[in-house]
Design a protein around this ligand. Structure first.
Ligand SMILES: NC(=O)c1ccc[n+]([C@@H]2O[C@H](COP(=O)([O-])OP(=O)(O)OC[C@H]3O[C@@H](n4cnc5c(N)ncnc54)[C@H](OP(=O)(O)O)[C@@H]3O)[C@@H](O)[C@H]2O)c1
Length: 270
């Protein structure tokens, strides 16, 4: 397999959901080579084979973004096998507050009182830690580990995409004149949405840091999507639709934007 002349992309958390759909979308670009990130080797291998049985366009790579050893091993592997990376898509993400919400909802449906879940401070801190480990610290450490390989990119420009969420937008949260305000202003998921708000600042940080390199560093909002993430609790749209803007940002040309937060309809306020 010749990867010399191809654009090499790493997608974290791509064995299912939106990341998998992004890989599917990128398969249309025959000059791209996709490293399908998965924290579980067998789930990754199965997903990669499902996308490309030949292994010519897609290869799985084990990477747990909450584990620095795993991140470094993945970076070392890419360095020794491919010597560079052209596009990094920080997609892996979790929302463990959904499970609490589903539990409360079930209790209500079964005729119980709508009691808020009581968790102690240590449990609450753990909720924050677990989500931040993946959504924020994971994306930051993966970007740090792969920066030396992006610096060796032969694609012009190198690109980094951070998969965020409308729920992390401070702008949508406070602008009551915006038509979307009601949808995003409900006081739900404080852990998840603050992790994504912080991820947005991280996106701007890297956009500024790599501005002079000409890299394209952007955030994408998938919108509510039918993946394991939502646990079937609410009906979202197909992952293929949420992948469209991520694929666009991953394939930007030199005149494309950087430091922008968007969905497929255009710019989203930070
Ligand atoms: N679905 C939505 O409605 C929605 C809306 C807005 C934003 N998003 C964002 O979109 C991104 C993808 O979500 P999704 O809907 O595709 O969710 P998903 O179907 O649950 O997929 C999440 C992926 O992240 C992986 N992952 C979880 N923890 C990881 C870790 N420590 N290291 C590496 N990978 C890890 C999962 O691996 P396993 O298969 O091993 O669990 C899975 O491959 C997330 O950043 C999410 O916040 C989703």
């Amino acid at each position: 397999m010749n990867t010399e002349s191809r654009t090499i992309v790493l997608i974290t958390g791509a064995n299912q959901g939106i990341g998998y759909a992004v890989a599917q979308g990128l398969l249309a670009h025959k000059d791209y080579f996709i490293l399908l990130g998965s924290r579980d080797a067998s789930r990754g291998a199965k997903a990669a084979t499902g996308l490309d049985p030949t292994g010519e366009f897609v290869k799985s790579i084990t990477i747990d973004v909450a584990d620095d050893t795993s991140i470094q091993q993945a970076a070392d592997l890419v360095a020794s096998k491919y010597r560079r990376l052209d596009v990094l898509i920080n997609n892996a993400g979790i929302n463990n507050e959904i499970d609490i919400m589903i539990k409360q909802h079930k209790m209500q449906q079964e005729g119980g009182a709508a009691q808020p879940e009581t968790i102690n401070l240590a449990q609450h801190r753990k909720l924050f830690r677990d989500v931040y480990e993946v959504n924020l610290f994971g994306a930051a450490m993966v970007t740090e580990a792969f920066t030396p390989l992006l610096e060796k990119s032969t694609a012009l420009p190198a690109r980094i995409v951070f998969v965020s969420s409308h729920t992390g937008s401070l702008g949508l949260r406070v602008d009551s004149s915006d038509a979307e305000y009601a949808k995003w202003s409900c006081p739900s998921f404080p852990v998840y949405r603050t992790s994504k708000a912080a991820l947005n600042m991280l996106t701007l940080h890297y956009a500024a840091k790599f501005h002079d390199n000409g890299w394209k560093v952007n955030g994408s909002c998938p919108n509510l999507t039918d993946t394991n993430f939502a646990r079937g609790w609410v009906k979202g749209r197909p992952a293929s639709e949420s992948a469209v803007n991520i694929v666009r940002l991953a394939t930007l040309s030199a005149d494309g934007e950087s430091g922008v937060y968007s969905d497929e309809n255009g710019v989203v306020p930070w």
